[in-house]
Design a protein around this ligand. Sequence first.
Ligand code: 5GP
Length: 234
Amino acid sequence: MKKGEPFYEGKAKILYATDDPDLIIQYFKDDATAFNAQKRGTIHEKGIMNNRISEVLFKYLESRGVPTHFVQRLSDREMLVKRLQIIPVEVIVRNRIAGSLAKRLGLEEGGTLSPPVLEHCYKSDPLGDPMINEFHIRAMGWATDAEIKEIEKLSFRVNELLKDFFDQRNLILVDFKVEFGRHHGKVYLGDEICPDTCRFWEKDTLEKLDKDRFRRDLGKVEDAYQEVCRRVCN
Ligand code: 5GP
């Protein structure tokens, strides 16, 4: 398998073609952005840690029946994945009140959401990923009814599996964002799962161990990523 040309550069990753039209390479960068790229920085070795963490989590989810785009980790910063036709919808699952939900509803962070809350956003940097619902997704033709149902089912399944996985590592899975795409007609979990895309709080102290340390200038950003990496990968 040969690495080809880059065909997309996002905020945290570069995507490369390969000589197999069904496969691409995700290259994980150290760049970090927040608030729709108004805040920019780098987190030392974030790409290496996110690649490792995502590998473990994708393998874990696959082993429990969730179809993911993961094929193989190739190097410190490279992951081989199935080429997906990305559905332009971000799915957020929330177990606790935090972040934009706390702000939107004027609530304190920390309250438990039972059952968990699922939200959709339209994946658009220029628009700042506006919140949408299933009717928008259907009306815009971004996904079929069957795909919407499948995505919802998979997202809740991912939540149950990851909640359990992190609970065993003394971390609360507060919320996370996932993306899906099609590959030969079937829906797969894509993108990455890491402290950039999830909120993790230490179970006993509620200390934040995720990208909120960067977003909110809390310090010890690298330490938080390293700690999550240590607990996930060991
Ligand atoms: P919130 O809507 O509270 O800002 O985010 C909810 C969860 O989804 C958090 O775990 C956050 O990291 C993740 N999330 C939401 N939107 C994005 C996004 O555009 N990029 C990334 N990396 N994560 C996101």
